[in-house]
Design a protein around this ligand. Structure first.
Ligand code: NAD
Length: 363
């Protein structure tokens, strides 16, 4: 059997890390038929849009995509191509596991966190009105009519959180926890201040939690969880968050486990899933064969697990863990000194991981 996968190289360092991940996935022996499709700068040059219809149609058809990061265009019609893909395909879950592999450049031990971020609403819905526009003036008047006031020279970014989207993400988080042996789900909020939006998110999570008595439910205020995570990340398990907090906390968790080069991700809907790392296109490293491809490879591991290819997923993950533990064939970001001349390049990491995979298969 062969899996048809939409392969999106992306921008900046995207093509390098995607190629490294593709090589590693091919080395598992699982058969893939790659449907290469362009988004971002390359698509803009070829089709005059950073998000061509053929790309979305390819993902819809294959139902699975492996995607490199895409630069957010400045001055195009798209706020963010990444957000537009999630919206177009209703990828309402952003799953970002943050697992510490021994040997990673971090002071922590034994961290295994999962971030489940709501992916469709909150401040990311892109409902914004700039100061000086008719809409901003009307909104300002509406607020006055409601008996409140803001400064007349205000711009607005609307934070909307719905009961339905909160329920969907909370249910998904608890189901994931149940299926993956997670013992605790923490809902992250700022309901003490944002009583309407975060209050609704929190109440909805409480309601969903009642259906999962076997899983501990623990709400945390977003600022408090930041200091708790930095001090004792091992005390936490699965975090479910609205969109913006999810974005910020997943980078914090990536920092805890050793950096963005180790943080994979997946955007998941009921029909379709797009696997991509947490990191962006890091344009200053583009084409330099320097950046760490492990986050992209680990996104491939999530894809293999999603496909039910557990053995192949374990093989790749164990090989990556072995390369990290050995500490020889790793990129600059994995070294204590970032200028360490023994750091290897992106392609060499792929070779090292494939070598470890072969050793394991032949053992
Ligand atoms: P970034 O994640 O691209 O890079 C920030 C820094 O993190 C880099 O300079 C580098 O030092 C480090 N880094 C990132 N990935 C790394 C890796 N694999 N290995 C080692 N170090 C790594 O963030 P940015 O500079 O804020 O964003 C660049 C562009 O990417 C922007 O246009 C942004 O909008 C976009 N972006 C896209 C996605 C996505 O496609 N899902 C996600 C985030 C940012």
């Amino acid at each position: 059997m062969s899996y048809s996968i939409t392969l999106i190289p992306g921008d900046g360092i995207g093509p390098e890390v995607v190629e490294a991940a593709r090589r590693v996935l091919e080395a598992t022996g699982v058969n893939f038929s790659w449907d290469r499709a362009f988004a971002g700068d390359r698509a803009q040059d070829m089709f005059g849009t950073p998000l061509p219809d053929y790309l979305l149609n390819s993902i819809r058809k294959n139902q699975i995509a492996l995607k490199g990061p895409i630069t957010t265009p400045i001055g195009s019609g798209f706020r963010s191509v990444n957000v537009a893909i999630r919206k177009a395909l209703d990828l309402y879950v952003c799953l970002r596991p943050c697992k510490l592999y021994p040997g990673a450049p971090t002071m922590y031990k034994d961290v295994d966190l999962v971030v489940v971020r709501e992916n469709t609403e909150d401040l990311y819905a892109g409902i914004e009105y700039r100061y000086g526009t008719l809409e901003a003036a009307r909104l300002n008047r509406f607020i006055e009519d409601c008996g409140d006031s803001v400064k007349p020279d205000s711009s607005f970014s609307i934070k909307a959180i719905s009961a339905s989207a909160s329920e969907k993400i909370a249910k998904w988080a608890f189901e994931y926890a149940k299926a993956n042996g997670r013992e605790k789900v923490s809902a992250i909020h700022k309901a003490n201040i944002l009583k309407a939006t975060d209050g609704l998110f929190l109440l909805t999570c409480w309601d969903v939690a009642r259906h999962y008595p076997e899983i501990t439910f623990e709400p945390h205020i977003v600022d408090s969880i930041c200091s708790q995570l930095v001090r004792n990340p091992e005390n936490h398990d699965l975090l479910v968050l609205p969109n913006l907090y999810g974005d910020i906390i997943s980078e914090l968790c990536a920092g805890i486990i050793g950096g963005l080069g180790l943080a994979p991700g997946a955007n998941i809907g009921d029909e379709v899933a797009v696997f991509e790392p947490t990191h962006g296109s890091a344009p200053k490293y583009a084409g330099k064969n320097k950046i760490n491809p492990m986050a992209m490879m680990l996104s491939g591991v999530l894809m293999l697990r999603h496909l039910g290819e557990k053995e192949a997923a374990d093989l790749v993950e164990d090989a990556i863990a072995a390369v990290i533990a050995e500490g020889k064939s790793v990129t600059y970001d994995m070294k204590a000194d970032r200028n360490d001349p023994t750091a290897v390049g992106t392609a060499e990491v792929a070779e090292a991981v494939i070598k470890k995979m072969k050793e394991r298969v032949n053992a």
